[in-house]
Design a protein. Structure first.
Lengths: 457, 267
């Protein structure tokens, strides 16, 4: 049986186990014996023991079967191949897999024993895992069904299993983060083996093009990331310069001034901005905003490059507005009405109340919102890639083209790459820096927001 | 319980030379009417207690007196309310000076998240009452003294107001109200969030404040009404049932509903 039909059978058994367990509990209760738990708890317990172990086993099997089969195949390969490098063996094994799945087509005589062995192995494995999984499920039904007794604490056991399941789910999310961090750390470590940390963090020249083969022409590459950090900072600063005042003021308008009717239209409309794909913002920046800025600059006699930090920053700012305004709106709404009443009661006007009571009270939350928006701006890629250019200029002139950390990561990894050259590994070092910066920003933002919450609860 | 048809308020709702007068006041929240045809005078330098079961409209009525109901969009007020013979709902009246003249203390202490000093200075600053730092210091000190809080906080005027205890916070709010030198102070259940000792202090304070201010206080505690007020008004289902001197209300109530309420048959 293949995996999907096996899973379906296990699920059917699980349902049957539930009914069996529940009915047995009901039958016992029918004799006037007092059960520890409700009949449905007994049913759930039988179902869990029927379904979980086989499905878990199936998962492990699916992960392990490939490598084990490949290992067994090696012995069947021709002598010559077995003596070869590991890459040759890999190649031969994937050839065998191809031959086996397209039976008879373009048979290769010397691989034939391996192909036959593979087919045999696979059918054997199929029978084996079907048998093991099904018997495990049946065993689960039988054993747990017999355990259904009045004194069995089914409720507590089910709760315990559910708790472990939930724990495992959250564990997967945490482990994934750790896995990503570990892989980035590892690759960055390899990069710092080839390029010094000092040069990377403080060098002012970024030109990662290096020769991949001896006969290629190319520079030796230099990996000073300062221009990238500067570009990122410049564009983020422009974006925040747009997003923070506009976002904050629209949040104040929506929460303090707008009538419920206006609010019911304006808030979703503002949030649509957040739903626009960044690619769309990107070509809006590159095709509409950048030329406008260039022609305005030209009319003032300014030299504006066609891809400018200003265009990317402006559009990124617009993109972040709903982010700032939505979060600020939430924290402003969380300011207790009693504070506003107190201020109005003293004869303060609406704007005095907003300026002197509401904003100071909401300030920690607003700062948190801005921090989250900053980490969003730093991580943004598409708009910058399309509108700010790729040239790693070390400049603070917003009319120049600059590049950012994220854009360089993309360009370093696009196309055919060798995964042990400094050029490719540099992407991971940049990723690590980006990860650390956003991590710190998010942590600080969360701390500030938490502190704010404590104040009014 | 339902609205009494053609009810006229028992007792003596009107006084000679009143500070505030309300005539035929009705309040609507959208379609729903919360207050029906209330006429009541509040005399100078008296404490009047507004009592009644929950939802009877006493807080709503109180909030009409300094137009706090303006902050609720769907709320509309009919009838006439005059402060020193000036209609406060006249379109020409600006609510900013009105609320400086008719101050308000709320149910839950609501100090601003600022220092004690800035909490008191808030009102004088927005109304431009102080001409110098020295003036302002003086107003702050005087207000805190009148609210009986000065000795407790004089060494930490720049500590946050939210760090005080509940009773101190409420006295801070009273001091904040006094700081803009109002003529009338409205108190909406000022002690309902406080413990008995803090409540006793506030009640003592209310008694002292009567010398300089006219006070209307909404309360759920009949003992409190008996202790601090000279007149008591009993509200029921949005109607003003009875207004009489406090002693009389609690000993020989005129209306059967008032009697039922003060003897605890509902509330």
């Amino acid at each position: 049986m293949n995996y999907s039909s096996l899973i379906i059978v296990v699920l059917i058994l699980l349902g049957a186990g539930y009914l069996l367990g529940r009915n047995r509990a009901r039958a016992i209760a029918g004799q006037g014996v007092k059960l520890h738990s409700l009949p449905t708890h007994y049913g759930a317990l039988v179902a869990l023991w029927t379904g979980l172990p086989p499905l878990l086993l199936l998962l492990l099997w699916a992960l392990a079967e490939g490598p084990v089969v490949d290992h067994l195949l090696v012995a069947q390969l021709p002598e010559a191949v077995q003596q070869g490098s590991s890459a040759d063996i890999q190649l031969a094994i994937s050839k065998v897999h191809n031959l086996a799945s397209a039976a008879g087509v373009g048979a290769v005589a010397e691989l034939q024993p391996a192909v036959e062995h593979l087919v045999a192995l696979e059918s054997r494995a199929n029978i084996l895992h079907s048998g093991v999984v099904l018997s495990l499920a049946l065993l689960g039904v039988a054993v747990t069904w017999r355990r259904v007794q009045p004194q069995l604490r089914a409720r507590s056991e089910v709760e315990g299993i559910v708790r472990k399941l939930l724990f495992a789910s959250s564990g997967i999310a945490v482990l994934t983060t750790l896995g990503i961090l570990a892989s980035v750390l590892f690759e960055a470590w390899m990069f710092f083996g080839k390029v010094s940390v000092f040069e990377f963090l403080f060098g002012t020249s970024w030109s990662p093009q290096i020769a991949l083969r001896a006969d290629q022409s190319g520079s030796s590459g230099s990996f000073g990331a300062v221009p990238l950090f500067a570009g990122t900072l410049l564009i983020s600063a422009i974006a925040m310069f747009i997003a923070v005042p506009i976002g904050l003021m629209s949040a104040i308008y929506l929460s303090e001034y707008a009538s419920p009717r206006v609010r019911s239209y304006a808030k979703p409309a503002l949030e649509i901005l957040a739903g626009i794909p960044t690619v769309v913002y990107g070509f809006f920046a590159a095709l509409t905003v950048a030329p406008v800025i260039r022609s305005i600059g030209a009319s003032w006699g300014l030299e504006v490059s066609s891809e400018s930090a200003l265009a990317a920053g402006l559009v990124m700012g617009v993109m972040i507005i709903p982010f700032v305004s939505s979060l600020s709106d939430d924290v402003i709404n969380a300011v207790p009405q009693s504070l506003r009443d107190g201020s109005y009661g003293l004869g303060a006007t609406r704007s005095e109340t907003v300026r002197q009571v509401v904003i100071p009270a909401a300030l920690p939350g607003i700062v948190g919102a801005v921090m989250l928006a900053v980490s969003r701006a730093i991580g943004e890629t598409m708009i910058v890639a399309m509108a700010a250019g790729l040239a790693a200029n070390l400049t603070l002139n917003p009319l120049d083209s600059v590049t950012t950390v994220t854009v360089q990561i993309v360009t370093l990894l696009v196309g055919d790459q060798e995964f042990d050259s400094p050029k490719t590994l540099a992407a991971f070092a940049l990723g690590l820096v980006l990860f650390l910066v956003t991590l710190v920003l998010n942590y600080v933002a969360l701390k500030i927001v938490q502190k704010y919450r404590e104040q009014y609860d | 319980m339902s609205i009494i048809e053609n009810h006229t308020t028992c007792g003596s709702p009107l006084v000679e030379s009143p500070k505030l007068t309300a005539r035929n006041v009705g309040v609507f929240y959208g379609e729903k009417q919360a207050i029906f045809d209330v006429s009541l005078d509040i005399g100078s330098n008296e404490v009047i207690a507004l009592i009644g079961p929950s939802g009877c409209g006493k807080s709503t009525f109180l909030r009409c007196l300094n137009r706090m109901n303006d902050t609720i969009d769907i709320c509309s007020v009919t009838g006439k309310i005059e402060l020193d013979n000036e209609d406060i709902y006249d379109p020409k009246v600006d609510v900013v000076p009105l609320r400086a003249r008719v101050g308000m203390v709320f149910q839950k202490p609501n100090p601003f998240p600022k220092s004690i000093y800035d909490n008191i200075a808030y009102g004088p600053r927005i109304h431009g009452l102080a001409h110098s730092r020295v003036d302002l210091d003086e107003i702050v000190e005087k207000s805190l003294q009148r609210a009986g809080l000065w000795n407790e906080v004089k060494d930490r005027l720049h500590a946050p107001g939210t760090g005080l205890s509940g009773g101190q916070q409420q006295r801070l709010c009273i001091a904040r109200t006094i700081a803009v030198d109002p003529e009338v102070i409205l108190m909406d259940e000022p002690c309902s969030a406080l413990d008995p000792i803090a409540t006793a202090k506030i009640e003592e304070l209310i008694d002292e404040l009567r010398e300089n201010y006219t006070i209307a206080i909404v309360t759920h505690s009949m003992q409190q009404a008996a202790r601090v007020s000279q007149r008591t008004a009993y509200f029921h289902m949005g109607q003003l049932i009875e207004v009489n001197p406090t002693d009389q209300v609690f000993t020989t109530p005129e209306h059967s509903l008032t009697e039922a309420y003060i003897t605890g048959r509902f509330g």
